[in-house]
Design a protein around this ligand. Sequence first.
Ligand SMILES: Cc1cc2nc3c(=O)[nH]c(=O)nc-3n(C[C@H](O)[C@H](O)[C@H](O)COP(=O)(O)OP(=O)(O)OC[C@H]3O[C@@H](n4cnc5c(N)ncnc54)[C@H](O)[C@@H]3O)c2cc1C
Length: 539
Amino acid sequence: MTGLDSAQDVVVIGGGVTGAGLARDLALRGVSVLLLEGGDWAAGTSGASSWMIHGGPRYLEYDWDTTRQSCEDAGHIVRIARHLIHRCVFLLPVLPGDKLGIERLETAMEVYDRFQPLKDSHPHVRLSGAEARLLEPGLSPRVVAAVTMEEWGVDPHRLAWANVLDAVRAGARALNHSRVEALLRDGATVIGVRYRSADGQRVEARAKAVVNAAGPWAPEVAAMAAAAVSLRPAKGVHIVYDRRLSNFAISAEAVDGREVVLVPHGPITLLGTTDDDYYGDLEALEVLPDEVDYLVQAAERTFPDIRRHRPARATAGVRPTLFQWRPNEDRLSRRFEVFDHEKSDGVPGLFTIAGGKLSMYRLMAEVTADAVCSRLGIEAGCATAERPLPGAGGLAQQPHELAADHGISALAAARLLKRHGSEASEVLEDDRRGRLVCRCEALTEAELAYSARREQVRTLADAFRRVGLAAGPCAGTACVDRAAQVIGEQLGWNQSQRRDACREYLVGAWRCRAPVLDRWGWAQEELAYGARRGWPGGH
Ligand SMILES: Cc1cc2nc3c(=O)[nH]c(=O)nc-3n(C[C@H](O)[C@H](O)[C@H](O)COP(=O)(O)OP(=O)(O)OC[C@H]3O[C@@H](n4cnc5c(N)ncnc54)[C@H](O)[C@@H]3O)c2cc1C
């Protein structure tokens, strides 16, 4: 049986950073919005990105507008998401025989410096090889010079969630684990969607306009109304290390001359990315051993110790790049486009936002909301450039103050502040359990319970994204049972549901880890598996 939902002005399909940003923008203009995400917030491309809010200096050569727009919008994002972002200082080392020598590299940086003030970043500094190694002792002795470059880092899962939360506070409804299965039509016109809700019900929701913000899935969603969106999807892989490997982010030239980067983000490090045309199934993205080798080989050239570090997992995502014939993947424009399918396909009521970057999601949302509002005759303007996201307004406490007030460790307080900013103490006022869920990740039981109660966490994988559950070295082996108990108490799981939740999480985590295991890694897997089976209640 199909249920009937209330009608709204706009349904947004897709809860990556673009759809979340769009729902927020529309809701703040007073538009009634339903945001539907088939999986979890930012579990698609957004979560699998390099976590950078940047301008992309390499686009300067062939995609100047993207660099400028990214820098401008990054400036807004940095201001509205202050607690979620961190400065990322890059070292761009030069080795003998590199594509660019130090003079050409520095000239390029001088041009990029002109954009840096737009996002509150500093100009570059030129370093000798010795100076660079003093700052970053792990650099290869072959490095002859380097320049610095400043960008910003962000956890895209929290960024997307903050947008969802603000949309909800402004009156939107937002449902994760709710996949759109069909677009409702009246003749050619799209008049709503049919989705399967988190509890398995089929529900119809009517709307004056439907916006397809499904990232790489956008062509599939548009096809539900016989409309067309042409993408040139490109797969990108990262290796994730469960610790900081370097003081700075470091760039390296891969064997094919492309650039890869090793970037510390808080307690973890990302090494990526590959960039390859992808024609496969979006639901069956796999990380291949060749892709892992390609990245490690590139990083090793500037950071020789990389092979001594044990990767924790790998991620894969697909860039929703607009279609272009001919350029190699890394030369494709990152521009974005809003499709009004009434104009392009004779399908009124349907819009698609495609292309672009995380670094300009807010601008993409603004331009899309302008198009939708103009069609619906709504005049309210955009408020997202100035209004802080939840947690970014008001004064946040210092970690030691929060720790003392609530009897938790300073590290746990720092992590809590990073995720919740000025709203951190509310998490602990709700629930005073300061005990850590895991010995390798400073996550309190109170925050985990809060994420299930107030942040739409429905699975252990949702908790990984929302609050970093099992992001540390144990990868869940030591903490999923306790986590399932804490979350299960909030969501009313029985014993068997808790066991199923653990099994599902561990299998998923293993799939992300398997591509990066060497023979010692496999031996450890065996040990962990055996230990788990041996535990009382192990499975
Ligand atoms: C490897 C890699 C690294 C990158 N690094 C950066 C970076 O550092 N900085 C940067 O600016 N950009 C980066 N990008 C680009 C950036 O990540 C993307 O442009 C951006 O995240 C796309 O967001 P999105 O919301 O459009 O798509 P997504 O995040 O993929 O969101 C689309 C959502 O739609 C949902 N969906 C699909 N079908 C349905 C349906 N039928 N019903 C309901 N929901 C549905 C999906 O589940 C998904 O969550 C990177 C991209 C890749 C692949």
